[in-house]
Design a protein around this ligand. Structure first.
Ligand SMILES: C[S@@+](CC[C@H](N)C(=O)[O-])C[C@H]1O[C@@H](n2cnc3c(N)ncnc32)[C@H](O)[C@@H]1O
Length: 329
């Protein structure tokens, strides 16, 4: 006969060794605390405004949004698109640039942060823009129908990440007790994602966001973010170093942590929905000249001073940050 509590104890010992994963969320930070993006200088903001020092090292003195518009124009008929949704638009600079190039665009800015949505209203004053304060993971999928283009720049790393997973944990608990792990397992099975060996982190929120946009059949989707699968072309490897473990890595920021993005998993989701994919580093559309001076800065890892350090970081970011354009066939 079993002693009272033995079943419970059995369950405890079954589960206990696997209970180490955590869910990283930035929601409270974004809704309650955030009052500047100054601590997390995005590539987009680094090229704002005109005259900013980093503009001097790029081949064409232009803003992030103008360079991105040109690049998107190669794959999407930008002149004939109308309804565009930008999710997590920060200070609104990227959308302002897109509107400069095409004032027929009718943007909707959706953001979780009341502070940043207010900033977007200021930046985009005078344009015909609608605003929506919301966590995109809670957006009604029906709301997305009719948009021609969706943009998510440098924000998927803020979306929830499961930290410290492993295959045994997923398979042991997902079927039984844990809805979060059930959802993680769903992505591996539904989109045939290769299960990593050993401990890993999973960009579960990014997967949910991309699935939502693809299921809504938005014809063109652009995402850009810090990649955990970054690659530097061979001729540049002695100058530019990136971190590329293939596993979403933690980036500690003021008041919250972000995780780098495993783009190959997001690509598998989009391909299942019959999207064609264009993928690469930001350097594909933010070209720079590898002058002698720049080579020197990169080889000395920016140790010659504050500006050199900033330039070195920026050029590395052009390869550490990746984009993916999804085109509905
Ligand atoms: C690092 S900022 C990037 C801002 C801008 N896109 C840029 O490139 O400069 C991240 C943005 O995503 C928003 N964000 C984060 N999580 C979100 C969520 N779950 N739903 C909607 N917006 C979110 C933030 O409030 C912020 O506007």
């Amino acid at each position: 006969m079993k002693a009272p509590g033995e079943n419970l104890r059995g369950l405890f010992y079954d589960i206990r060794p696997f209970m180490d994963y955590t869910l990283n969320s930035t929601k409270a930070y974004h809704t309650d605390t955030l009052n500047t993006l100054g601590w997390e200088l995005t590539v987009c903001n680094a090229l704002h405004p005109a005259g900013t020092p980093l503009r001097r090292i790029i081949a064409r003195d232009a803003s992030f949004g103008h360079l991105l518009y040109n690049h998107l124009n190669r794959y999407a008929p930008m002149e004939s698109l109308a309804r565009v949704i930008e999710i997590g638009g920060g200070y609104g600079y990227l959308m302002k640039d897109l509107l400069d190039r095409n004032n027929r665009l009718k943007p909707c800015m959706l953001d979780i942060s009341p502070f940043l949505l207010e900033k977007q209203r200021e930046t985009l004053r005078g344009y015909d823009v609608s605003y929506r304060i919301e966590d995109f993971l809670e957006t009604d999928p029906g709301f997305l129908s009719g948009f021609d283009l969706a943009i998510m720049n440098e924000n998927l790393g803020d979306f929830p990440t499961l930290v410290g997973l492993n295959e045994e944990l997923l398979k042991a608990l997902a079927d039984k007790s844990d809805p979060i792990l059930r959802s993680a397992l769903y992505f591996f099975e539904r989109y045939r994602l290769a299960m990593p060996q050993g401990a890993f982190n999973l960009n579960i929120g990014a997967l949910q966001a991309i699935e939502k946009l693809c299921a809504a059949a938005v014809p063109y989707i652009y995402i850009g973010e810090h990649s955990c699968e970054a690659v530097v072309p061979e001729p540049l490897r002695s100058f530019i170093r990136v971190c590329s473990t293939g596993n979403p890595e933690r980036i500690a920021l003021k008041g919250h942590d972000e995780y780098t993005i495993k783009f190959s998993y997001l690509e598998s989701v989009a391909k299942t929905f019959h999207y064609r994919i264009v993928r690469g580093p930001f350097a594909d559309f933010i070209a720079f000249d590898l002058t002698d001076a720049l080579q020197n800065i990169l080889l000395t890892r920016g140790r010659m001073g504050d500006e050199a350090e900033m330039v070195c970081q920026f050029v590395e970011d052009l390869f550490q940050y990746a984009y993916m354009i999804m085109i509905k066939d």
